[in-house]
Design a protein around this ligand. Structure first.
Ligand code: ADP
Ligand code: MG
Length: 691
C-alpha cells in the first residue's frame, strides 16, 4: 500500500524497526499518552509534578561550554497565561536549529525549581514541535489525548501519529480473528475498535489506565497477541507429541534400582517431579522437559533417577554441562550415586588426550558406558552412542536450541531433560522455552537454613577477614570468589592467583588456602576440589568456575569480591554453594561504590534467598530480552505485550489458548485459527511455528 509522506528514506527507517506493512504499523503501540485536551497553563505549574504544556519558544541560547557540541541549550517558553518556563538540555547545541523562537511546542517533563534563574525549569523535557511542518491537521496532535510513539530513526512520534491517523481513516475495518466465544466470555472490545482506540483514545479515556497499559483496548490487544503466541506454542507441542519416541518402562525392577541408589529420602517436590518425568518417559513419544528448581533443590538427584529408568531399559544417558568443572562435578556425583548399581560412568571433555578420547569413544560406541558426562566435546560428530535414550542438559541458558538438537541427533528421538537453576514462573517458562514442558521443584531438602547475606564496602575488608577467621576457628570452611567477567578467565585467574598469594601469605599465613580456576588441568582441578571437600584446605580461592555444582556441606562462608560486577543469577548461584550443611551459613558481598542498578541487585540478594523472586527481579532490572537472550531461546519479539508487566494477561491467554486448542467449540473454529496463525504469525514470528 502506498502511503503519502513515506518516501524511501522514511520507509527504510520504519523497516529497520520492523515496521514493513500497514499491519505492522497498526500493531505499533504507543509507549505513553499525553492528555493535550487538558494541559496545564505555564503559570499553574508547580515544582515536583510531571506535566505537559503547550507553549511557544520565546528565546533560546547555547551557553558556551568549551566545545560547541557540549553546549548547554536553554530555551524559555511561554503561553497565554503569561508564565515563563525554562527548558535545559545538556549537550543540546544541536537544538539551536530546532527550537527557534516563535515555534509552538508541546513539552513533557518534570517541573523543577531552578535556583540559577529563580524560576521553573524542565531538564531534558520531551518536546514535540506543533507548528511548521506538514504532519497533518493540528487537531491530530493537540486538543485530545495523543499517543507518543518511540521514534523510528528520524521518523518522529509526530510523523507516526499522522501516518496512523491517515491509515485508520483510509482502510476498511477487517473482521475480528479472535474466536467469538472468547470475545463474548471475556467481554473484549472488537479488534478494529481496539486498534483505533489504541492510537487515538476516545475523549473520555482514563489517562492512568492508558499509561499503565490497561485500557480496554490495550488489554484486548495484549490478550490477543499472547493468545496467538500461546496457540502457536500449544499446536507445536501437540505436534511434537506425535513424533515416535521411546516408551520407557517403569517396572518394579527399575523402582528397586532407584531405591537402591537413593542416598536419602526424596522431598515431596522431588517425588512429584520424578513422577511427571517418568510418566512422560513412558509415553511412546519424545519428552522435551525443562526441570526448574532453585540452587540446591536437588535437581541432579531427580535427573539421576530418570537416568536409571533409561539405563534399566537398556539405553544410554548423556549428561551435557556448560563448563569442564561442572562436567567433572556431575561425573563425580553420578559415579558415586551409581557405584552400587555398577553402571560405567565416563567423562568426555576437551582436555582428554587423544588416546583417552579414542578409548572413551569406544566405550560409548559399544554401549559399555551407561552414563556419558561431558562438555561441548560430547557434541563432536565422532562421538557415537550405541543407544542413546536420554539426554540431560544442565543449565539451559548456556546452550542454544541448536546444541540441544545436535545432542538429540545422536540417538533416535531420545528423551530430553533440561535442568535450569534460574527458575521462573511456569507460564513464563512455557512461553519462553516454547517447545518444552515444565516441571518445577519448589521445595528445598529438609534442614536447610536461610543464608545470611551481608553487603560490605571494600574499605572494611579487614572486618570480613576477621569474621572469616572466626568461622574457620570453629571448624568451618570458606570460599573466596573473584568473579571477573566470564570471557576473560585468564584475567580472573590472575586476580584469583594474586588474591590467593595475599591471603595465604599475609592475611592467613597459618591456614591452608587452596586455589581453583579454569586454567588448571582437569587433574589439578579435581585435586583442588578434593582437598577442599576433605577439609585439607580451609579456604578455597576461586574464579566463578565454582558457580555451579560444587558441593561441600562444611563450607559456611561465601565471600564474593567485586560483587557489583556480576549479575543477580550468578551471585545467587555462587551463594548457593554454601548453606548445604546443618550450620548457619553466610554470604558476604564486597563491593566498591555502587551505581543505581548495582545497588538494586545487592539489595535484592541481601533481602531474599528465593530463586524465583531473584529471577523475577533480574528480569525486571535487565529486561526480559536481555534476561532470556531472546534470539537464542526462540522467543519472538512482541509488539504490545510485555511478559513481565502483563504477566496476568499472559496467564489468562495461556489458559484460554490451551483450552481452545484442546477442545475448540467447533472444528471450523480451530481450522480458522490455524489459518490465521499461519498468515499473520508465521511472517512476524517465523520461529514460533517452524516445523
Ligand atoms: P541442584 O542441582 O538443584 O542445585 P543438587 O542436586 O546438587 O541440587 O542437590 C544439592 C544438595 O542437596 C546435594 O548435596 C544433594 O546430595 C542434596 N540433596 C538432594 N536431594 C536431597 C534430599 N531429598 N534430602 C537431602 N539432601 C538432598
Ligand atoms: Mg546441581
Amino acid at each position: 500500500m502506498y502511503l503519502k509522506g513515506v518516501g524511501p528514506a522514511r520507509a527504510a527507517m520504519l523497516e529497520a524497526k520492523g515496521l514493513k506493512t500497514v499491519e505492522d504499523l497498526l500493531s505499533y503501540a504507543p509507549f505513553r499518552y499525553e492528555d493535550r485536551s487538558n494541559v496545564k497553563a505555564v503559570r499553574q505549574l508547580a515544582p515536583g509534578e510531571m506535566a505537559t504544556v503547550l507553549a511557544e519558544v520565546r528565546s533560546a541560547k547555547v551557553s558556551g561550554f568549551r566545545r560547541r557540541n557540549l553546549g548547554l541549550f536553554e530555551a524559555s517558553f511561554t503561553d497565554a497565561s503569561g508564565g515563563i518556563l525554562l527548558g535545559k538540555w545538556f549537550h543540546g547545541a544541536y537544538l539551536a536549529d530546532v527550537l527557534t523562537p516563535g515555534l509552538k511546542v508541546s513539552l513533557y517533563g518534570k517541573v523543577e525549581w531552578d535556583s540559577y534563574s529563580g524560576g521553573l525549569v524542565m531538564m531534558h523535557p520531551e518536546y514535540e514541535i506543533l507548528s511548521g511542518d506538514d504532519e497533518g491537521d493540528a487537531s491530530i496532535h493537540t486538543g485530545r489525548v495523543v499517543p507518543i510513539y518511540e521514534a523510528a530513526g528520524r521518523v518522529t512520534t509526530r510523523h507516526l501519529r499522522n501516518l496512523l491517523y491517515r491509515i485508520l481513516e483510509s482502510i476498511e475495518p477487517s473482521s475480528d480473528p479472535l474466536p467469538p466465544h472468547i470475545l463474548a466470555q471475556l467481554k473484549l472490545p472488537d479488534r478494529w475498535a481496539a486498534i483505533s482506540a489504541l492510537h487515538f483514545p476516545p475523549p473520555d479515556s482514563d489517562l492512568r489506565l492508558l499509561n499503565s497499559f490497561r485500557s480496554p483496548a490495550q488489554f484486548r490487544l495484549i490478550f490477543e497477541e499472547f493468545f496467538w503466541l500461546e496457540c502457536g506454542l500449544e499446536l507445536k507441542r501437540a505436534k511434537a507429541r506425535l513424533y515416535p519416541g521411546i516408551a520407557f518402562e517403569l517396572n518394579s525392577r527399575v523402582r528397586e534400582r532407584i531405591l537402591q541408589m537413593l542416598p536419602f529420602k526424596p522431598t515431596g517436590a522431588q517425588k512429584r517431579v520424578l513422577k511427571e518425568i517418568a510418566d512422560a518417559m513412558a509415553e511412546p513419544h519424545p519428552m522435551y522437559r525443562l526441570l526448574q528448581g532453585d540452587v540446591g533443590s536437588g535437581k541432579t538427584l531427580v535427573a539421576a533417577e530418570a537416568a536409571i529408568i533409561a539405563i534399566e531399559n537398556s539405553y544410554q544417558v548423556a549428561v551435557l554441562a556448560p563448563t569442564e568443572i561442572l562436567a567433572t562435578q556431575h561425573y563425580l556425583y553420578f559415579k558415586k550415586l551409581f557405584q552400587k548399581l555398577d553402571y560405567v560412568v565416563v567423562l568426555l571433555t576437551g582436555s582428554n588426550t587423544a588416546r583417552e578420547k579414542t578409548q572413551l569413544r569406544k566405550l560409548v560406541a559399544h554401549g559399555l558406558a551407561k552414563v556419558v558426562v561431558g562438555t561441548h566435546a560430547l557434541l563432536e560428530p565422532d562421538v557415537e552412542f550405541h543407544k542413546l535414550g536420554l539426554a540431560i542438559i544442565d543449565e539451559q541458558h548456556r546452550f542454544g536450541v541448536e546444541q540441544r538438537q545436535k545432542l538429540m541427533e545422536k540417538g533416535t528421538h531420545p528423551d530430553v531433560l533440561v535442568m535450569t537453576a534460574t527458575p521462573i514462573p511456569r507460564t513464563l517458562a512455557l512461553t519462553v522455552y516454547g517447545d518444552l514442558d515444565v516441571s518445577i521443584i519448589d521445595e528445598l531438602p529438609p534442614g536447610r537454613k536461610p543464608i545470611g547475606t551481608k553487603h560490605v564496602e571494600e574499605s572494611r575488608i579487614e572486618q570480613v577477614y576477621s569474621f572469616l577467621r572466626k568461622q574457620i576457628d570453629v571448624g568451618r570452611q570458606a570460599y573466596v570468589v573473584y568473579p571477573v567477567i566470564e570471557e576473560s578467565e585468564t584475567q580472573a585467574m590472575k586476580a584469583a592467583a594474586k588474591m590467593h598469594d595475599h591471603l595465604s601469605r599475609i592475611v592467613f599465613p597459618d591456614l591452608k588456602v587452596g586455589l581453583l580456576h579454569g586454567k588448571l588441568s582437569p587433574d589439578e582441578k579435581e585435586a583442588a576440589m578434593d582437598k577442599f571437600q576433605r577439609g585439607e584446605t580451609q579456604i578455597l580461592v576461586s574464579t566463578t568456575v565454582i558457580e555451579v555444582g560444587v558441593d561441600v556441606p562444611n563450607a559456611t562462608v561465601m565471600l564474593i569480591e567485586q560483587a557489583e560486577r556480576f549479575g543477580l543469577a550468578q551471585l545467587h548461584q555462587l551463594r548457593g554453594r554454601v548453606g548445604r550443611g546443618a550450620e548457619q551459613s553466610y554470604c558476604v558481598l564486597v563491593t566498591g561504590k555502587l551505581n543505581q542498578t548495582a545497588k538494586e541487585r545487592i539489595r535484592t540478594l541481601v533481602e531474599s534467598n528465593d530463586g524465583f523472586y531473584i529471577a523475577e527481579m533480574d528480569m525486571k532490572l535487565r529486561g526480559p530480552g536481555e534476561f532470556f537472550g531472546t534470539r537464542q531461546s526462540g522467543m519472538p519479539v512482541l509488539s504490545i505485550g510485555n511478559i513481565l508487566r502483563d504477566a496476568d494477561i499472559l496467564e489468562l491467554a495461556r489458559n484460554e489458548a490451551a483450552a481452545f486448542v484442546a477442545h475448540a467449540p467447533a472444528h471450523e473454529d480451530l481450522r480458522r485459527a490455524v489459518a490465521y496463525l499461519r498468515d499473520h504469525w508465521q511472517r512476524r514470528y517465523g520461529l514460533v511455528l517452524v516445523g
